[in-house]
Design a protein around this ligand. Structure first.
Ligand code: ADP
Length: 523
């Protein structure tokens, strides 16, 4: 990433890394070569035509250093051989008639200096090539990263912090909070010195040269992350991470997470930061939130629907009772000699049935709405007896009889009305099953069995048993009846679960269906 400046043409000239123009760089090389050549000629002249008898030819090393700055290997070796040739030529010119050992030694020292300088410069060329290769590798690596990389120059932030400290500011956080204009000013000073290809793609910028050069150019004025970034620089935090927004070239905001390291020893003029585009994640979060709200709405609607359906289902039975009490009162009144005592009895039953309807509506509402029920310790034997009294008319109407084993009075903690309706629902289902199958003898068996810490209520009918297509009878809206709603058993299960109990419905080995309810005994 060190070659930030793309090879971009500017005013007809190619711009090199670091922003130097190619023609200017070439002029520099030519100028150095000219100066080196002139120096070489000067040395040659002094060495050959003056009486300056010292190892002046060692200065050819300076010629090589001057010329060798941007040479490749072949060119450098060429310059080295030329300098050696000039050294030998001077020796021949001066000493061809009387060569001395001293002169020969000077020649050898000069040639050795030339060789050592050449070797060092060749080594530097190898190192330069290696560095260039590594830089290219690094650039390729960062350009192909899926994450955007920006290199920041934070040195101005450090300078500004030092300035504040010199003015006596000790609580930097409080100062930044009180001076947002200072934060905005520093933000405008921070330069972006390098970016990778992913950053260009993310920001919708065609080339690095066209990329924004100051942080303030693409952070929105409302950005709140930069103050924390100043503090992180001040504290030289090993890791700084923030969620913010940047403005792309087309003006659209991009949600990002930026992270960089500011550990001690970090060069603040070149802090590479990784930037993760989180628009996709944000979009997903928004969609999930919208779906959640939608789901809640649907659930509320479904709960209201379920409540209405449950109420309709649960009051069916008491409504038929109201109907039959009213009919019976009317019949007693229609007699030539109305029997007012019977009428009074029927009206009392009717009153009781209406009260039942109120209670059922109330309980179903609390069941569906999840509110508290009226939980009391109650004797299960009496509760079963009360329920059977309510169901007596229904049983009569279906010509069914119920055989009840001695019940006892095991105590459970429960809601009297809900438990009664649980039992009534099961009795109604049993009667309907036997009626639907056209059973000549409609019989039910009910028994209570107190165990260690729970009581088991068994209700068996002598109907056809569960239809084979019913895999899970307690599921809502599962029904085999033409006008059925498939809610009764699911309400039964809700009631039992509300009492920390369990319920099962299965086929009895000797025929019919067997409902088993297990309820915990009161402590
Ligand atoms: P619904 O009575 O409206 O059908 P339920 O939830 O009370 O709804 O019952 C679901 C289904 O379970 C019934 O349609 C019936 O097929 C089956 N079922 C329930 N009780 C009995 C039973 N005692 N004998 C046979 N099948 C039963």
């Amino acid at each position: 990433m060190s070659d930030f400046g793309d090879r971009a043409t500017s005013g007809g000239s190619v711009v090199l890394p670091g922003g130097t123009r190619l023609d200017a760089a070439l002029d520099g090389v030519r100028l150095r070569a000219l100066a080196a050549a002139l120096l070489a000629l000067g040395i040659f002249w002094i060495d050959s035509f003056t009486s300056f008898h010292s190892a002046i030819a060692t200065l050819y090393a300076v010629v090589l250093l001057l010329a060798g700055a941007r040479l490749d290997r072949r060119q450098l070796v060429g310059w080295s051989l030329a300098c050696a040739a000039l050294t030998i030529a001077s020796f021949v010119i001066v000493h061809r008639n009387a060569p001395s050992t001293e002169a020969a030694l000077r020649l050898l020292v000069s040639l050795a200096a030339n060789a050592v300088t050449t070797a060092l410069l060749l080594h530097r060329i190898v190192l330069d090539q290696r560095v260039a290769r590594e830089e290219r590798r690094y650039a390729t690596m960062t350009d192909t990263l899926a994450i955007a990389i920006w290199e920041h120059d934070f040195s101005c932030v450090d300078a500004a912090i030092q300035g504040l400290r010199a003015c006596g500011v000790t609580d930097l956080r409080a100062y930044l909070r009180a001076h947002p204009e200072f934060v905005a000013h520093i933000r405008r000073q921070v330069r972006i010195t390098d970016v990778n290809q992913t950053a260009l793609d993310m920001m919708g910028v065609a080339s690095k040269a066209a990329f924004f050069r100051k942080l303030g150019d693409f952070l929105p004025e409302t950005d709140a992350s930069f103050a924390e970034c100043i503090l992180a620089i001040d504290e030289r935090r090993p890791m700084f991470q923030a969620e913010t927004q940047v403005i792309a070239a087309d003006g659209s905001p991009i949600d990002i997470i930026v992270a960089f390291s500011l550990a001690p020893g970090t060069c603040l003029a070149q802090v590479p930061g990784s930037i993760l585009d989180i628009r996709q994640r944000k979009r997903l979060e928004t969609t999930i939130e919208r779906t959640r709200i939608e789901l809640e709405r649907v659930q509320r609607t479904a709960a209201i629907g379920a409540m209405s359906a449950s109420i309709a289902h649960e009051i069916n039975q008491p409504i038929s009772a109201v109907q039959s009490y009213a009919d019976s009162a009317a019949r007693w009144l229609a007699r030539p000699e109305p029997n007012l005592d019977e009428v009074r009895l029927s009206l009392a039953g009717l009153n009781q049935a209406v009260a039942n309807i109120h209670a059922v509506v109330q309980r179903v509402r609390s069941l569906v709405g999840g509110s508290q029920c009226d939980m009391q310790p109650l004797g299960l034997g009496s509760l079963v007896a009360d329920t059977l009294a309510i169901a007596a008319r229904d049983l009569d109407a279906h010509g069914a009889r119920i055989h009840v084993a001695p019940l006892g009075e095991p105590t459970v903690v429960g809601d009297r009305i809900l438990l009664k309706h649980l039992l009534l629902n099961l009795i109604t289902n049993a009667l309907q099953a036997m009626e639907g199958a056209g059973m000549a003898e409609k019989r039910l068996d009910l028994s209570l069995h107190a165990r260690d810490d729970h009581v088991l209520l068994l209700l068996r009918d002598h109907g056809p048993g569960l239809a084979p297509e019913i895999a899970e009878p307690f599921e809502t809206f599962v029904t085999t009846k033409p006008g059925g709603m498939g809610l009764g058993l699911s309400i039964c299960r809700s009631i039992v679960e509300l009492h920390d109990g369990r319920i099962a419905l299965s086929n009895h080995p000797d025929g019919g269906a067997l409902a088993a309810i297990e309820l915990p005994l009161a402590a």
